[in-house]
Write a protein that binds this ligand. Structure first.
Ligand code: NAD
Length: 378
Protein backbone atom coordinates (compact mmCIF):
# COMPACT_ATOMS: atom_id res chain seq x y z
CA UNK A 1 0.00 0.00 0.00
CA UNK A 2 1.52 3.34 -1.08
CA UNK A 3 2.09 5.87 1.67
CA UNK A 4 0.05 9.06 1.66
CA UNK A 5 1.60 12.09 0.00
CA UNK A 6 2.66 14.76 2.50
CA UNK A 7 0.72 17.91 1.70
CA UNK A 8 1.34 21.45 2.98
CA UNK A 9 -1.43 24.05 2.72
CA UNK A 10 -0.78 27.76 2.34
CA UNK A 11 -3.84 29.99 2.79
CA UNK A 12 -7.24 28.34 2.89
CA UNK A 13 -7.79 29.14 6.57
CA UNK A 14 -11.09 28.89 8.40
CA UNK A 15 -12.01 32.35 7.11
CA UNK A 16 -11.54 31.39 3.45
CA UNK A 17 -13.85 30.30 0.66
CA UNK A 18 -11.72 27.72 -1.12
CA UNK A 19 -9.84 26.06 1.77
CA UNK A 20 -12.53 23.52 2.58
CA UNK A 21 -12.81 22.42 -1.06
CA UNK A 22 -9.08 21.62 -1.23
CA UNK A 23 -8.99 19.95 2.18
CA UNK A 24 -11.92 17.67 1.47
CA UNK A 25 -10.81 17.01 -2.13
CA UNK A 26 -7.30 16.06 -1.07
CA UNK A 27 -8.73 13.41 1.27
CA UNK A 28 -11.42 11.95 -1.00
CA UNK A 29 -9.24 9.37 -2.75
CA UNK A 30 -7.07 8.65 0.32
CA UNK A 31 -3.89 9.90 -1.32
CA UNK A 32 -2.85 12.85 0.84
CA UNK A 33 -2.15 13.72 4.44
CA UNK A 34 -2.06 17.41 5.43
CA UNK A 35 1.11 17.61 7.52
CA UNK A 36 1.23 21.37 8.11
CA UNK A 37 1.22 24.77 6.49
CA UNK A 38 0.37 28.43 6.95
CA UNK A 39 -3.41 28.66 6.79
CA UNK A 40 -3.52 32.25 7.85
CA UNK A 41 -1.03 35.14 8.22
CA UNK A 42 -2.04 35.53 11.88
CA UNK A 43 -0.08 32.85 13.77
CA UNK A 44 -2.61 32.49 16.59
CA UNK A 45 -5.50 31.99 14.19
CA UNK A 46 -3.32 29.67 12.18
CA UNK A 47 -2.60 27.37 15.15
CA UNK A 48 -6.19 27.58 16.36
CA UNK A 49 -7.45 26.46 12.96
CA UNK A 50 -4.91 23.62 12.75
CA UNK A 51 -6.20 22.31 16.09
CA UNK A 52 -9.77 22.61 14.89
CA UNK A 53 -9.10 20.41 11.84
CA UNK A 54 -6.71 18.09 13.67
CA UNK A 55 -3.48 18.96 11.87
CA UNK A 56 -0.47 18.61 14.23
CA UNK A 57 0.71 22.11 15.20
CA UNK A 58 4.46 21.31 15.15
CA UNK A 59 4.52 22.07 11.40
CA UNK A 60 2.23 25.08 11.46
CA UNK A 61 4.50 27.97 10.59
CA UNK A 62 4.31 31.70 11.29
CA UNK A 63 4.74 32.57 7.61
CA UNK A 64 5.59 31.15 4.20
CA UNK A 65 9.36 31.82 4.32
CA UNK A 66 9.62 30.03 7.66
CA UNK A 67 7.74 27.08 6.16
CA UNK A 68 10.36 26.70 3.43
CA UNK A 69 13.25 27.19 5.84
CA UNK A 70 12.00 24.67 8.41
CA UNK A 71 10.78 22.08 5.92
CA UNK A 72 14.18 22.03 4.21
CA UNK A 73 15.76 21.08 7.54
CA UNK A 74 13.67 17.88 7.61
CA UNK A 75 14.87 14.67 5.97
CA UNK A 76 13.41 14.29 2.47
CA UNK A 77 11.21 11.37 3.49
CA UNK A 78 9.45 13.57 6.08
CA UNK A 79 9.36 16.84 4.17
CA UNK A 80 6.20 18.16 2.46
CA UNK A 81 6.10 16.70 -1.06
CA UNK A 82 3.58 19.14 -2.44
CA UNK A 83 2.12 22.46 -1.31
CA UNK A 84 -1.27 23.88 -2.24
CA UNK A 85 -1.34 27.67 -2.65
CA UNK A 86 -4.80 28.96 -1.71
CA UNK A 87 -4.03 32.59 -0.91
CA UNK A 88 -5.25 35.76 -2.66
CA UNK A 89 -3.86 36.03 -6.20
CA UNK A 90 -0.86 38.35 -5.67
CA UNK A 91 0.84 35.77 -3.44
CA UNK A 92 0.64 32.89 -5.94
CA UNK A 93 3.70 33.93 -7.98
CA UNK A 94 6.28 34.54 -5.22
CA UNK A 95 5.15 31.48 -3.32
CA UNK A 96 4.99 29.13 -6.31
CA UNK A 97 8.39 30.33 -7.53
CA UNK A 98 10.11 29.78 -4.20
CA UNK A 99 8.48 26.38 -3.75
CA UNK A 100 9.64 25.22 -7.20
CA UNK A 101 13.15 26.58 -6.62
CA UNK A 102 13.34 24.54 -3.43
CA UNK A 103 12.18 21.25 -4.92
CA UNK A 104 8.52 21.17 -3.88
CA UNK A 105 5.68 20.11 -6.17
CA UNK A 106 2.94 22.72 -6.39
CA UNK A 107 -0.85 22.83 -6.65
CA UNK A 108 -1.75 26.46 -7.33
CA UNK A 109 -5.08 28.23 -7.37
CA UNK A 110 -6.08 30.28 -10.40
CA UNK A 111 -5.28 32.78 -11.76
CA UNK A 112 -1.78 31.33 -11.55
CA UNK A 113 -0.12 34.77 -11.23
CA UNK A 114 -1.24 38.38 -11.60
CA UNK A 115 0.67 39.14 -14.84
CA UNK A 116 1.68 37.27 -17.97
CA UNK A 117 5.29 38.28 -17.34
CA UNK A 118 5.21 36.53 -13.95
CA UNK A 119 3.53 33.50 -15.54
CA UNK A 120 6.35 33.18 -18.07
CA UNK A 121 9.00 33.49 -15.38
CA UNK A 122 7.23 30.79 -13.41
CA UNK A 123 7.14 28.61 -16.52
CA UNK A 124 10.93 28.90 -16.82
CA UNK A 125 11.40 28.14 -13.12
CA UNK A 126 9.14 25.12 -13.51
CA UNK A 127 11.10 23.81 -16.51
CA UNK A 128 14.32 23.88 -14.50
CA UNK A 129 12.72 22.30 -11.44
CA UNK A 130 11.37 19.05 -12.88
CA UNK A 131 8.57 19.34 -10.30
CA UNK A 132 4.86 18.64 -10.83
CA UNK A 133 2.77 21.79 -11.18
CA UNK A 134 -1.02 21.92 -11.35
CA UNK A 135 -3.43 24.84 -11.62
CA UNK A 136 -6.82 24.14 -10.09
CA UNK A 137 -9.30 24.91 -12.82
CA UNK A 138 -11.74 22.87 -10.77
CA UNK A 139 -14.34 22.30 -13.47
CA UNK A 140 -12.01 20.16 -15.61
CA UNK A 141 -12.40 17.43 -12.99
CA UNK A 142 -16.10 16.84 -13.66
CA UNK A 143 -16.71 13.46 -15.36
CA UNK A 144 -19.03 15.02 -17.97
CA UNK A 145 -16.49 17.73 -18.83
CA UNK A 146 -13.90 15.02 -19.33
CA UNK A 147 -16.42 13.11 -21.44
CA UNK A 148 -16.88 16.13 -23.72
CA UNK A 149 -13.11 16.42 -24.15
CA UNK A 150 -12.70 12.76 -25.06
CA UNK A 151 -15.70 12.63 -27.42
CA UNK A 152 -14.65 15.83 -29.19
CA UNK A 153 -11.14 14.36 -29.62
CA UNK A 154 -12.74 11.32 -31.27
CA UNK A 155 -14.74 13.55 -33.63
CA UNK A 156 -18.25 13.30 -32.12
CA UNK A 157 -19.07 16.89 -33.12
CA UNK A 158 -17.20 16.98 -36.43
CA UNK A 159 -15.61 20.32 -37.22
CA UNK A 160 -16.44 22.83 -34.48
CA UNK A 161 -17.69 26.20 -35.69
CA UNK A 162 -19.10 27.97 -32.62
CA UNK A 163 -18.39 27.96 -28.88
CA UNK A 164 -20.40 29.87 -26.29
CA UNK A 165 -19.22 29.87 -22.68
CA UNK A 166 -20.99 31.83 -19.99
CA UNK A 167 -19.99 32.38 -16.38
CA UNK A 168 -22.58 34.41 -14.52
CA UNK A 169 -22.48 35.23 -10.81
CA UNK A 170 -24.32 37.91 -8.86
CA UNK A 171 -22.39 38.08 -5.59
CA UNK A 172 -20.55 41.35 -6.29
CA UNK A 173 -23.91 43.16 -6.26
CA UNK A 174 -23.74 43.00 -2.46
CA UNK A 175 -20.46 44.95 -2.55
CA UNK A 176 -20.15 47.00 -5.72
CA UNK A 177 -23.02 49.42 -5.10
CA UNK A 178 -21.55 50.61 -1.79
CA UNK A 179 -18.53 52.93 -2.21
CA UNK A 180 -16.88 51.90 1.05
CA UNK A 181 -17.40 48.18 0.55
CA UNK A 182 -16.13 48.17 -3.02
CA UNK A 183 -12.80 49.60 -1.94
CA UNK A 184 -12.29 47.07 0.84
CA UNK A 185 -12.39 43.58 -0.77
CA UNK A 186 -9.21 42.05 -2.21
CA UNK A 187 -10.95 40.85 -5.37
CA UNK A 188 -11.57 44.49 -6.41
CA UNK A 189 -8.07 45.66 -5.45
CA UNK A 190 -5.67 45.47 -8.45
CA UNK A 191 -2.68 45.17 -6.08
CA UNK A 192 -4.07 41.93 -4.67
CA UNK A 193 -6.22 40.47 -7.44
CA UNK A 194 -4.36 41.55 -10.59
CA UNK A 195 -5.70 43.71 -13.42
CA UNK A 196 -9.12 42.11 -13.80
CA UNK A 197 -11.92 40.97 -11.55
CA UNK A 198 -14.57 39.37 -13.76
CA UNK A 199 -12.21 37.95 -16.39
CA UNK A 200 -9.43 37.23 -13.87
CA UNK A 201 -11.65 35.44 -11.39
CA UNK A 202 -14.25 33.63 -13.50
CA UNK A 203 -13.77 34.47 -17.20
CA UNK A 204 -10.48 32.60 -16.98
CA UNK A 205 -12.35 29.43 -15.92
CA UNK A 206 -14.65 29.76 -18.96
CA UNK A 207 -11.63 30.30 -21.20
CA UNK A 208 -9.89 27.24 -19.75
CA UNK A 209 -13.03 25.14 -20.15
CA UNK A 210 -13.21 26.06 -23.83
CA UNK A 211 -9.59 25.13 -24.54
CA UNK A 212 -9.79 22.00 -22.33
CA UNK A 213 -12.90 20.57 -23.95
CA UNK A 214 -12.38 21.56 -27.59
CA UNK A 215 -8.60 21.18 -27.81
CA UNK A 216 -8.70 24.43 -29.81
CA UNK A 217 -6.65 27.52 -29.03
CA UNK A 218 -8.00 31.05 -28.94
CA UNK A 219 -5.93 33.08 -31.43
CA UNK A 220 -7.39 36.55 -30.92
CA UNK A 221 -10.13 38.26 -28.99
CA UNK A 222 -12.13 41.45 -28.57
CA UNK A 223 -13.63 42.43 -25.24
CA UNK A 224 -16.15 44.89 -23.87
CA UNK A 225 -16.16 45.42 -20.09
CA UNK A 226 -18.47 47.07 -17.61
CA UNK A 227 -16.93 48.64 -14.49
CA UNK A 228 -20.27 50.07 -13.28
CA UNK A 229 -18.70 52.94 -11.27
CA UNK A 230 -16.05 55.55 -12.19
CA UNK A 231 -13.98 54.84 -9.06
CA UNK A 232 -14.03 51.06 -9.58
CA UNK A 233 -10.81 49.92 -11.30
CA UNK A 234 -11.88 46.35 -11.97
CA UNK A 235 -14.26 44.89 -14.55
CA UNK A 236 -17.28 43.22 -13.00
CA UNK A 237 -18.93 42.20 -16.25
CA UNK A 238 -17.70 41.57 -19.76
CA UNK A 239 -18.29 39.99 -23.13
CA UNK A 240 -15.39 38.59 -25.15
CA UNK A 241 -15.54 37.59 -28.81
CA UNK A 242 -13.11 34.85 -29.80
CA UNK A 243 -11.40 33.74 -33.00
CA UNK A 244 -10.23 30.17 -32.70
CA UNK A 245 -9.14 29.26 -36.20
CA UNK A 246 -10.49 29.35 -39.72
CA UNK A 247 -14.26 29.93 -39.44
CA UNK A 248 -14.30 28.97 -35.74
CA UNK A 249 -15.74 31.69 -33.56
CA UNK A 250 -16.73 31.91 -29.95
CA UNK A 251 -17.94 34.11 -27.15
CA UNK A 252 -17.32 34.29 -23.41
CA UNK A 253 -19.97 36.09 -21.40
CA UNK A 254 -18.87 36.78 -17.84
CA UNK A 255 -20.56 38.68 -15.05
CA UNK A 256 -20.31 39.15 -11.31
CA UNK A 257 -23.34 41.44 -11.28
CA UNK A 258 -25.79 39.07 -12.97
CA UNK A 259 -28.40 39.53 -10.29
CA UNK A 260 -29.58 36.31 -8.69
CA UNK A 261 -27.08 34.11 -10.53
CA UNK A 262 -25.05 31.76 -8.33
CA UNK A 263 -22.27 29.84 -10.04
CA UNK A 264 -23.65 29.82 -13.57
CA UNK A 265 -20.80 28.41 -15.63
CA UNK A 266 -22.06 26.78 -18.82
CA UNK A 267 -20.68 25.83 -22.20
CA UNK A 268 -22.26 25.14 -25.57
CA UNK A 269 -20.07 23.72 -28.33
CA UNK A 270 -21.54 23.50 -31.83
CA UNK A 271 -20.02 21.32 -34.53
CA UNK A 272 -21.09 20.27 -38.01
CA UNK A 273 -22.41 16.89 -36.78
CA UNK A 274 -23.69 17.63 -33.25
CA UNK A 275 -23.41 19.94 -30.25
CA UNK A 276 -22.69 19.62 -26.52
CA UNK A 277 -24.41 21.57 -23.77
CA UNK A 278 -23.16 21.37 -20.17
CA UNK A 279 -23.98 23.45 -17.09
CA UNK A 280 -21.96 23.51 -13.87
CA UNK A 281 -25.02 23.79 -11.67
CA UNK A 282 -26.26 20.40 -12.93
CA UNK A 283 -22.93 18.82 -13.75
CA UNK A 284 -24.09 15.24 -14.14
CA UNK A 285 -26.09 15.88 -17.32
CA UNK A 286 -24.29 16.29 -20.63
CA UNK A 287 -26.65 17.03 -23.51
CA UNK A 288 -25.75 16.04 -27.06
CA UNK A 289 -27.86 17.90 -29.59
CA UNK A 290 -28.43 17.04 -33.22
CA UNK A 291 -30.41 18.52 -36.11
CA UNK A 292 -31.60 15.08 -37.17
CA UNK A 293 -31.86 12.94 -34.03
CA UNK A 294 -33.46 13.28 -30.60
CA UNK A 295 -31.31 14.92 -27.90
CA UNK A 296 -29.14 12.44 -25.96
CA UNK A 297 -28.23 12.77 -22.29
CA UNK A 298 -24.93 11.35 -21.07
CA UNK A 299 -24.55 10.72 -17.32
CA UNK A 300 -21.51 9.75 -15.20
CA UNK A 301 -20.50 6.25 -14.26
CA UNK A 302 -22.01 4.39 -17.23
CA UNK A 303 -19.88 2.04 -19.30
CA UNK A 304 -20.49 4.11 -22.42
CA UNK A 305 -18.31 6.90 -21.03
CA UNK A 306 -14.60 7.31 -21.80
CA UNK A 307 -11.88 5.91 -19.53
CA UNK A 308 -10.94 9.46 -18.44
CA UNK A 309 -14.54 10.23 -17.50
CA UNK A 310 -15.08 6.91 -15.69
CA UNK A 311 -11.85 7.40 -13.79
CA UNK A 312 -13.46 10.49 -12.24
CA UNK A 313 -16.47 8.63 -10.87
CA UNK A 314 -16.34 6.62 -7.65
CA UNK A 315 -19.90 5.39 -7.22
CA UNK A 316 -22.39 3.62 -9.50
CA UNK A 317 -24.61 5.79 -11.74
CA UNK A 318 -27.31 7.73 -9.94
CA UNK A 319 -25.20 8.69 -6.92
CA UNK A 320 -24.61 12.36 -7.71
CA UNK A 321 -21.04 13.54 -7.27
CA UNK A 322 -20.18 17.22 -7.41
CA UNK A 323 -17.64 19.99 -6.97
CA UNK A 324 -15.69 18.27 -4.15
CA UNK A 325 -15.29 15.17 -6.34
CA UNK A 326 -14.31 17.30 -9.31
CA UNK A 327 -11.47 18.91 -7.35
CA UNK A 328 -10.63 15.46 -5.92
CA UNK A 329 -10.11 14.18 -9.46
CA UNK A 330 -7.50 16.89 -10.03
CA UNK A 331 -5.76 15.90 -6.78
CA UNK A 332 -5.88 12.26 -7.89
CA UNK A 333 -4.11 13.08 -11.17
CA UNK A 334 -1.46 15.08 -9.32
CA UNK A 335 -0.92 12.17 -6.91
CA UNK A 336 -0.31 9.83 -9.85
CA UNK A 337 2.15 12.31 -11.38
CA UNK A 338 4.02 12.72 -8.08
CA UNK A 339 4.26 8.95 -7.70
CA UNK A 340 5.57 8.60 -11.24
CA UNK A 341 2.53 6.56 -12.32
CA UNK A 342 0.90 6.80 -15.76
CA UNK A 343 -1.77 9.46 -16.10
CA UNK A 344 -3.87 11.05 -18.82
CA UNK A 345 -2.94 14.65 -19.71
CA UNK A 346 -6.59 15.57 -19.10
CA UNK A 347 -6.32 14.72 -15.42
CA UNK A 348 -5.12 18.11 -14.24
CA UNK A 349 -4.50 21.56 -15.73
CA UNK A 350 -0.82 22.40 -15.99
CA UNK A 351 1.62 25.29 -16.15
CA UNK A 352 0.67 25.81 -19.80
CA UNK A 353 -2.98 26.33 -18.81
CA UNK A 354 -1.81 28.83 -16.20
CA UNK A 355 0.21 30.79 -18.77
CA UNK A 356 -2.67 30.69 -21.29
CA UNK A 357 -4.97 31.98 -18.56
CA UNK A 358 -2.82 35.03 -17.90
CA UNK A 359 -2.42 35.61 -21.62
CA UNK A 360 -6.22 35.62 -21.89
CA UNK A 361 -6.74 37.98 -18.93
CA UNK A 362 -4.18 40.51 -20.17
CA UNK A 363 -5.49 40.38 -23.75
CA UNK A 364 -9.07 41.06 -22.62
CA UNK A 365 -7.98 44.06 -20.54
CA UNK A 366 -5.85 45.40 -23.41
CA UNK A 367 -8.69 45.01 -25.92
CA UNK A 368 -11.17 46.84 -23.70
CA UNK A 369 -8.69 49.61 -22.84
CA UNK A 370 -7.82 50.27 -26.47
CA UNK A 371 -11.50 50.76 -27.33
CA UNK A 372 -12.69 47.20 -27.96
CA UNK A 373 -10.19 46.20 -30.62
CA UNK A 374 -8.99 42.75 -31.71
CA UNK A 375 -5.91 41.61 -29.78
CA UNK A 376 -3.77 38.58 -30.67
CA UNK A 377 -2.90 35.98 -28.07
CA UNK A 378 0.65 34.54 -27.97
N1 NAD B 1 -10.78 27.03 -8.38
C1 NAD B 1 -11.85 27.72 -8.08
O1 NAD B 1 -12.92 27.44 -8.56
C2 NAD B 1 -11.74 28.87 -7.11
C3 NAD B 1 -12.86 29.31 -6.38
C4 NAD B 1 -12.68 30.34 -5.44
C5 NAD B 1 -11.44 30.90 -5.25
N2 NAD B 1 -10.38 30.48 -6.00
C6 NAD B 1 -9.03 31.07 -5.84
O2 NAD B 1 -8.53 30.70 -4.56
C7 NAD B 1 -7.73 31.75 -4.02
C8 NAD B 1 -8.26 32.12 -2.65
O3 NAD B 1 -9.60 32.56 -2.80
P1 NAD B 1 -10.61 32.58 -1.57
O4 NAD B 1 -11.92 32.97 -2.12
O5 NAD B 1 -10.50 31.34 -0.79
O6 NAD B 1 -10.01 33.80 -0.75
P2 NAD B 1 -10.32 34.18 0.74
O7 NAD B 1 -10.04 35.63 0.88
O8 NAD B 1 -11.67 33.65 1.13
O9 NAD B 1 -9.22 33.33 1.57
C9 NAD B 1 -7.84 33.57 1.45
C10 NAD B 1 -7.11 32.81 2.56
O10 NAD B 1 -5.71 33.05 2.43
C11 NAD B 1 -5.19 33.39 3.72
N3 NAD B 1 -4.00 34.22 3.55
C12 NAD B 1 -3.91 35.51 3.14
N4 NAD B 1 -2.64 35.91 3.12
C13 NAD B 1 -1.90 34.85 3.51
C14 NAD B 1 -0.51 34.65 3.72
N5 NAD B 1 0.39 35.62 3.51
N6 NAD B 1 -0.09 33.44 4.14
C15 NAD B 1 -0.98 32.45 4.39
N7 NAD B 1 -2.30 32.60 4.24
C16 NAD B 1 -2.75 33.77 3.80
C17 NAD B 1 -6.34 34.11 4.42
O11 NAD B 1 -6.17 34.13 5.81
C18 NAD B 1 -7.51 33.23 3.96
O12 NAD B 1 -7.61 32.09 4.78
C19 NAD B 1 -7.81 32.90 -5.04
O13 NAD B 1 -6.66 32.90 -5.82
C20 NAD B 1 -9.03 32.58 -5.87
O14 NAD B 1 -8.95 33.06 -7.20
C21 NAD B 1 -10.52 29.47 -6.90
Amino acid sequence: MAKKIRLGVIGGGGDSLIGVLHRVASHINDNYQIVGGVFNPDFELNVEFAKEIDVPTNRIYSDFDTLIEEELKLPKEERMQVCSILTPNFLHFPMAKKLLENGFNVICEKPMTTTLEEAKILQETHKKSGAIFAVTHTYTGYPMVRQMREMIKEGALGKIHKVDARYYQGWINTIIHDKEKRSSVWRLDPKKAGISSCMGDIGVHAFNLIEYTTGLRVNSLLSDFNYLYEDNQMDVDGTVLLHMGEHIKGVIRGSQVATGEENGLAIRIYGEKAAFVWEQERPNFLFKLSDTEPTQIYKPGHGYNSKLSLDGTKLPPGHPEGIFDSMANIYLGVARAIRGEDYNDGEFPTMLDGVRGLNFIEATVESNKKGNVWVNMD
